[in-house]
Each structure stands twice: as structure tokens, then as C-alpha cells.
Design a protein around this ligand. Structure first.
Ligand code: GLA
Length: 649
């Protein structure tokens, strides 16, 4: 579809049919181009086993099409209907304590249930066959936010599935014993049948088992997605397939997931109560852009308040628009919302919507109309893609190992926080950052930062050694291999030669303790390291580590053995060496280049004067601009940079 997409989740099954006519009239007025339909509609589409009621959805899709609105049509499998659960109680997931969960919410399925899978795939085929040629159909929406409520299940069926997965990964029970280190605490297995999911146990569970469980849970849900996707591709090979991601989600390895789908889509819910939430959400948008290295789609966000936090703060005037433009700046080909019409009942009756309870007289509806107009004005931005200058490494397996629930030197190391420590100052400098998994070609970047690589294989270490630009490695890296076993000789294992240091002892800091260094204060983590060819850049000051090296450099490689409160001195040095300049913008103003356009977004509540690096034409006000711009509070300009074509790839 040309231009940027605009719309949201549409749940007509929650409304009497008279309301639908008003819905489509108002959608047309607001410039809505696509809505997501039938996500939770299984129990209405198949009220009894094998008995379908499609008439209402036929009418909805016809009505949408007649009003120029396309459908991101769900296969409707996100919540199995009551009859399926009552006929087959094994469909419901079981907790680590052995409690089988009840019906009455959503996502009530065990990822390994063959009964759920069979019925879901059958429904996907029925939907594809019925609607594959419907002119409103633009995209398939499989499941919904996999792992939102149901990431794992500990039932016997899941145990069998886990054993099959383990047999395929390890080959033999002896190999599994070796990988999990079962000689420790007397866990040696003699048969796969003895192995179970990491259910509640008397003490800490084997970390090798936990790491494989994390891999398995991501894969088990992916299998479910792929089973539906395969049917859709068979019946409707030309219709793209997506499933909505949940930003940077611990449970699912999105590098793998993105390969399995045609379009990356994301649901993002930055907290309006947190004045810095636009930074963390920018990081997740950059991940979405990096997954397939092409445009993606913001499939859900909140027009104002959500309903699932303890306190659900609304978005003040202008913020819905500003956040939507931010997603577009970072590669989204549209802005979609949860949801179109605000519900009157159910758990989401207080969640905001494009059309609030109060209807057309509300400020919410006026903001909807304004955003629709603005997205139309930005149509030429759609389809363009800019690669980043700096890459941040993100490896899910390492993340799972790092954040094991127990038995670590410190459980204060949280990967998202470690990433944000580097990302925030890059964001403030308007430097576009890509995320990259181990194994990706890094040669296009001038700077690569690995905030943490707790799990680092020999192959990853070799790839990093081949990278010719500035490399920065954060603490507690190169500790274990893919089995979660400490590398011979200890950290940084295979990175030892590259970094030119050996870590003799981890020195986690108690909560609140500050460890000074010559480059600023560190908290949470430090290390006793020995130089093995690297030069010290900074030393610890005071305390037990006084005078020992804290930050080191060998050639183009910088190593930090601690967590600085502020990484700016290290970052600025590395950027200067790499010749990466960034953009000069005042605090709270986000600058992003996408193709031939420059987005300037003022996230503050004050006006900001911004010097323009290039003259251009503001697509929002339709005015030429040069030298500088006065950006009102919570407002934006989108500059078509002079000399660049509207549509640059
Ligand atoms: C998620 C879900 C939606 C809705 C929203 C509310 O994104 O996918 O169905 O529950 O949260 O914020």
C-alpha cells in the first residue's frame, strides 16, 4: 500500500451491528487505511466444534473495503474457545508449581499442545480459504503477542516436547549430561525419559537446563507460529504474514522469529509517566528496523492511557502524535493503535482508543484526526531505510544466561539497562544505532558496542576479532560457552587475546556502594583484572581495587571492567577515533535521519531552538526551513533535506 499505514485493532464483535456503520464513516473521516480484525474472535467464528459463523465477519470486511480500509486479518487463534478447553483440558497451560490455569482470560494454551495446534492450524486454513481473495485482505496476523501471557508450560505434554527438542539438540543423553554438567549435585541421567522441564525444585535448578529451557520455549512458540504461517503461505502465497512483537522481549529470540515472518511488526507502550521513556522505546524501534534491515510496522501503541499498569497515566496533548512520528522516524511504515473504539466492558474498558467513550467531541478524537492528516502529509517517507553508524550487539542466549534467576555473582546485571547506558548518549547525539546479533556482518559499522556478552562462543570471538572499527566490550563478557560452562582459564575466555586482559575475580558491588575510577564513578559491578597486552585507560580509585586497571585499550578495542554511571568519556573517545560526529541537538530533542528526511522531535514541555544541519522543506507545515527551527513543546518537524529525493533507499 502506498504511504504510511494508520489505524488500529478493530473489535466489531464487541459492538451491535448498528455501530459498525458509524465506525467505518469515522474511519474514513480520520483517514484510517488499515485495521487489525478478529484477533480474539475464535469463539465467535467457531462457536461449537466445526460449526462456523462467518457471516458477521464477511459483512465487516465488505464494509471496511467499501470505505477504503484494508484488513490486517488475524487467524483468530490467540484465544481458544471454551468448548475446546472443556473438551480437552490439557490445552490449558500448567505453571512451574503444577497448577493448571483456568479459562477466563486469553492466550489459554499450552505451546506444546497437539490439540491446540491442530485446531489452530485448521482454523487458519479455513480463514485463508474463505478470505484469501477478499479485496480488503492486506496482511495476515498470526496469534497475538506470543509470550505475552503464555511463554511456557510445565505439563507432561511440554515435558515430552522438551525431551524431543533436547534429543535433537544434544543427540544422546551422555551429550546432554556433559552439556548440563550433571556430575554436579548428582543429576546424571541415564535416559531422556528422566528429564523434565525446570519445574519447582527444592533448590536452585541446573543452569544448563534453564538455558536450554529458555531456548526451547522460544522455539516451541515459534513452531506454533510457523505451523499457521505454512498454511497461509500455501493457500495465499502473496499475502504477507506477520505476528506482533513486544519490543525487546526477554522470552523470545526475535532474530530467529523475524526470519520466519514476512513483515516485522511491533507493539510499543512507553509509559507517559516516565519522562525518559522515549529513549528506551527508541532502542526497541531500532531493534525492529534492524531485524530485517528494512521498514517495519508499529502495529499497536496506546493513543493515551493503557489499562494494565498500576497507575495508567494519559498521554498529554500532542504526545500520541509525537510518539507516532518517532516510530516513523525510526523506520515504521505507519502508526497503528490498540484500539479503534474504546471498549465499554471487559478488562480493557479503561484503555484509551482512537475513538474514546465520549466520541467525536473529545480531545482524543481531535488528536486522531490530526494524526491522520499528518501521516498523509508524510506519505513520501514510507519505504525508505537508513542503516545505522553504530551497532549494539544483542544476543538472546547470552541475555538468558546473564539473567538466570539464581547462582550468579550478582543478579543486579540487567541487559536492557546495560544497553541503555550506551544507547541513551548515542540517542542524545542523534547517532543512528542498529542492533546486531552475533554472526551478522559488521563491516559497515565504524563502532560496535557489546554492552555485555556473558555467553560468548569461539566463533563470536573470532567475528569480533575480524571487525576493523572501534570495538567496545562491557564487563562480565566472555564468561561462558553455549552450554553455560565457564571458559577454560576463566573470563574473558575467547576474548582474552582481543581485549588483552584476564579477569582474575569478579568484584560485584553491594547496592548503593560507589567505586571511584579515574573516569568517574562506577556502581553495581567491578572486576579485578590483569593486563595481558592492553593499556590502562582508567584505574580504580579507593577501596579494595585501588590503583588497579578499570578500563583498558588494546589497538581499536576498549574494555570496561565496571559499570560507569556515565559512559560518556569512553563513548566520546571512541566516536572521535571512529570519526562519527552525530548531530548537535538540545537536550530532549530527538534527531533521526531516515532516507532523505530529518525528523526533529521535541520531547520536552518547553520550546527548543534547533540548528538545522541542512536546509529543507518541512512536510508537516509545508514550509521551507534553513539555519534553525523553533520547535514548540512536544512538536516535531519532518524535513525533506534539500537536494535529496523524497524517496531514498
Ligand atoms: C497488547 C495486546 C492488545 C491489548 C493491548 C493493550 O498489545 O496485543 O490486545 O491488550 O496490549 O495495551
Amino acid at each position: 500500500m502506498p504511504g504510511l499505514l494508520f489505524g488500529g485493532d478493530y473489535n466489531p464483535e464487541q459492538w451491535p451491528e448498528e455501530v459498525w456503520a458509524e465506525d467505518v464513516r469515522l474511519m474514513a473521516e480520520a483517514g484510517v487505511t488499515m485495521v487489525t480484525v478478529a484477533v480474539f474472535a475464535w469463539s465467535r467464528l467457531e462457536p461449537r466444534p466445526g460449526e462456523h459463523d462467518f457471516a458477521w465477519l464477511d459483512r465487516v470486511l465488505d464494509l471496511l473495503h467499501a470505505h477504503g480500509v484494508a484488513a490486517d486479518l488475524a487467524t483468530a487463534t490467540a484465544t481458544p474457545p471454551p468448548w475446546l478447553v472443556r473438551d480437552h483440558p490439557s490445552v490449558m497451560p500448567v505453571t512451574a508449581d503444577g497448577v493448571r490455569l483456568e479459562f477466563g482470560s486469553r492466550q489459554g494454551y499450552c505451546p506444546s499442545s497437539p490439540v491446540y495446534r491442530e485446531h489452530a492450524v485448521r482454523l487458519a486454513r479455513t480463514m485463508a480459504t474463505r478470505y484469501g481473495r477478499h479485496p480488503a485482505l492486506r496482511m495476515w496476523h498470526v496469534g497475538n503477542e506470543y509470550a505475552d501471557h503464555t511463554l511456557e508450560c510445565f505439563c507432561e505434554e511440554s515435558a515430552r516436547h522438551f525431551r524431543r527438542w533436547l534429543a535433537a539438540r544434544h543427540g544422546s543423553v551422555e551429550a546432554l549430561n556433559a552439556a548440563w554438567g550433571t556430575s554436579c549435585w548428582g543429576q546424571h541421567y541415564t535416559d531422556f525419559e528422566q528429564v523434565a522441564p525446570p519445574r519447582r525444585a527444592p533448590g536452585p535448578v541446573n543452569p544448563g537446563q534453564l538455558l536450554d529451557w529458555r531456548r526451547f520455549c522460544s522455539d516451541a512458540l515459534l513452531e506454533l507460529f510457523e505451523a499457521e504461517r505454512d498454511v497461509l503461505r500455501e493457500v495465499t502465497p502473496r499475502v504477507p504474514v506477520t505476528t506482533n512483537f513486544m519490543s525487546i522481549l526477554h522470552g523470545l529470540d526475535y532474530w530467529k522469529w523475524a526470519e520466519a515472518e514476512d513483515v516485522v511488526s511491533d507493539d510499543a507502550y512507553p509509559d507517559p509517566a516516565d519522562p525518559s521513556s522515549h529513549v528506551a522505546v527508541a532502542l526497541s524501534y531500532d531493534l525492529m528496523r534492524s531485524l530485517k534491515r528494512r521498514p517495519w510496522l508499529l502495529l499497536e501503541s496506546a493513543p493515551s492511557a493503557v489499562s494494565w499498569r498500576e497507575v495508567n497515566v494519559p498521554k498529554p496533548p500532542g504526545v500520541m502524535r509525537l510518539h507516532s512520528l518517532q516510530a516513523v522516524a525510526r523506520g515504521s511504515d505507519g502508526a497503528m493503535f490498540f484500539q479503534w473504539r474504546q471498549a465499554r466492558y471487559g478488562p480493557e474498558k479503561f484503555h484509551s482508543a482512537l475513538l474514546p467513550h465520549g466520541g467525536e467531541r473529545t480531545r482524543g478524537w481531535r488528536e486522531t484526526l490530526r494524526l491522520g492528516r499528518d501521516l498523509r502529509a508524510l506519505a513520501e517517507v514510507a519505504g525508505s531505510h537508513s542503516p545505522g553508524e553504530v551497532a549494539l550487539l544483542l544476543d538472546w542466549e547470552s541475555w538468558w544466561g546473564l539473567e538466570a534467576p539464581e547462582s550468579m555473582p550478582s543478579n543486579r546485571l540487567r541487559l536492557k539497562e546495560l544497553m541503555l547506558a550506551w544507547y541513551a548518549p548515542l540517542h542524545a547525539r542523534g547517532i543512528l544505532v542498529d542492533l546486531a546479533p552475533p554472526g551478522r556482518d559488521l563491516s559497515g559499522y565504524r563502532v560496535v558496542i557489546a554492552p555485555n556478552l556473558y555467553l560468548c562462543t569461539e566463533e563470536t570471538a573470532k567475528e569480533l576479532a575480524r571487525f576493523a572499527g572501534q570495538l567496545v566490550v562491557g564487563p562480565f563478557s566472555g564468561v561462558v560457552d553455549a552450554r553455560d560452562q565457564v571458559h577454560p582459564g576463566g573470563a574473558p575466555g575467547p576474548l582474552c587475546e582481543l581485549l588483552g586482559v584476564a579477569v582474575e575475580e569478579f568484584w560485584p558491588l553491594p547496592d548503593g556502594r560507589v567505586q571511584r575510577t579515574t573516569l568517574g564513578a562506577a556502581r553495581t559491578w567491578a572486576e579485578w583484572i590483569r593486563l595481558e597486552g592492553a593499556e590502562p585507560v582508567a584505574r580504580y580509585e579507593g577501596g579494595d581495587l585501588d590503583g588497579r586497571p578499570a578500563i583498558t585499550r588494546r589497538g581499536e578495542v576498549t574494555y570496561l571492567s565496571c559499570l560507569l554511571d556515565d559512559v560518556t568519556p569512553v563513548l566520546d573517545d571512541v566516536l572521535t577515533r571512529a570519526g562519527v560526529a552525530g548531530l548537535d541537538v538540545p537536550p530532549g530533542v530527538e534527531a533521526v535521519r531516515r532516507g532523505g528526511h530529518l525528523f526533529l522531535l521535541n520531547h520536552t514541555t518547553e520550546p527548543r531552538r534547533v540548528a538545522l544541519p541542512w536546509p529543507g522543506f518541512d512536510l508537516l507545515t509545508r514550509k521551507p526551513m534553513r539555519d534553525h527551527v523553533e520547535l514548540p513543546a512536544r512538536d516535531a518537524v519532518v524535513l525533506r533535506i534539500e537536494g535529496s529525493r523524497g524517496r531514498t533507499k
